[in-house]
Design a protein around this ligand. Structure first.
Ligand code: MN
Length: 152
């Protein structure tokens, strides 16, 4: 192997960690509410215009409730939990595929019993997520299933 080039194979170690992949905070700036979740960027591919990230929540953890112009393509890779998309709440488990379209409120929550991890494909150039206003949150909670989901 050419020593000044990164290896084109980055070996899976164990426990959802890979060689040369940093485990980082979910969001750097702490500007949005989330809990017990980490981020690993597996691929950053300018030529393809995309990134593939692995997020992992501890038991009971959750991602930010947000929406944005860019879409997500998600595969659950570990554990099980619940996904909110728009006004729909669904149980999700390992290897399920989730399509998150533009401008749709979304959040993922790990079940209490264990961690949940997921792969998320996203545009490299993307807009900043929006958080719900108090009014938007109240409107979402008018749906009992959504209210129950958000109560965690
Ligand atoms: Mn998002």
């Amino acid at each position: 192997m050419d020593s000044d080039k990164p290896d084109f194979v980055r070996t899976f170690r164990s426990d959802y960690r890979w060689d040369s992949v940093l485990r980082q905070p979910y969001k750097q700036d702490g500007s949005a509410p989330f809990r017990d979740i980490s981020r690993q960027v597996l691929f950053q591919e300018p030529d393809m215009g995309c990134e593939l990230r692995y997020f992992e929540m501890d038991a009971g953890g959750h991602s930010t409730l947000e929406r944005h112009e860019h879409a997500h393509a998600v595969m659950i890779l570990r554990g099980h939990g619940t996904c909110l998309l728009g006004d729909t709440v669904r149980a999700v488990k390992t290897f399920d595929l989730i399509s998150i379209p533009a401008w749709t409120w979304h959040q993922l929550r790990a079940n209490a019993g264990g961690p949940m991890g997921f792969l998320c494909m996203v545009n490299q150039q993307r807009d900043r997520p929006q958080l719900p206003t108090a009014e938007q949150l109240a409107a979402m909670k008018a749906n009992p299933a959504v209210a129950e989901f958000l109560a965690g």
